[in-house]
Design a protein around this ligand. Structure first.
Ligand code: CA
Length: 225
């Protein structure tokens, strides 16, 4: 199956040229012309690699990278217009796998793409969060309990992920609301309790293992025993 590359670049002529070259090499290509759309695509699709311009309208490439890295380990090559040391350092610090300075020779870009894809194949970077018999593969968006797959909605997944990332630490309803629902949130703080109930019924009760504990008057915590 062809590897799929997301190209986030606002200079449409350049994007078109790169797209043609990539397609010629056998890659599937999707394009986005601004940072916000690029981030949405990168988070919703399953790309093998992202080519990310730094100077983008709506959301800078650096910001796209920062937000993408909270959820995905997709290889990212930054395209930078300036040969700026600052851009390179902060790009690599923010989790970019490589960068290339514009204008670039297409052969060089292709070589870097191949290198980034090879690196990924050699050592697939997957974030696994565990608690007792529960395993969450953050990159694949999969949850298993006692090796059996568990279907979760997006909110359930996000809530569980947050609890797992803070395993052993009690989180208040307010903290969970803020981290999981954030700006989208409209409603009552008991949304947290409702979703905790959903998770308990799909995990603790379905598999007979108590993971999610209530700390009265404080909040919730995942404990392994
Ligand atoms: Ca640009």
């Amino acid at each position: 199956m062809a590897e799929t590359i997301l190209l986030v670049e606002d200079e449409e002529k350049l994007a078109r040229m790169v797209e043609l070259e990539l397609r010629y090499e056998g890659y599937e290509v999707e394009k986005a012309f601004d940072g916000r759309t690029g981030l949405e695509r990168a988070l919703s699709g399953s790309f093998d690699l992202v080519l990310l311009d730094i100077m983008l309208p709506q959301l800078s490439g650096m910001e796209v990278l920062r937000r993408l890295r909270r959820e995905r380990s997709t290889p990212v090559i930054m395209l930078t217009a300036r040969d700026s040391v600052i851009d390179k350092v902060s790009g690599l610090d923010s989790g970019a796998d490589d960068y290339i300075t514009k204008p670039f020779a297409i052969e060089e870009l292709l070589a870097r793409i191949r290198a980034a894809l090879r690196k990924r194949t050699a050592a697939p970077e997957e974030t696994l969060l565990t608690a007792g018999p529960l395993t969450m593969n953050v990159d694949k968006h999969q949850v298993t309990m006692k090796d059996q797959p568990v279907e979760l909605t997006k909110k359930e997944f996000d809530l569980l992920r947050h609890l797992l990332e803070n395993k052993g630490h009690v989180l208040s309803r307010e903290t969970l609301l803020d981290s999981v629902w954030g700006f989208d949130f409209v409603g009552e703080t008991n949304s947290v309790d409702v979703y905790i109930r959903f998770l308990r019924s799909k995990l603790d009760e379905a598999f007979g293992f108590k993971l999610i504990h209530t700390v009265r008057g404080v909040g919730y915590v995942i404990r392994e025993n």
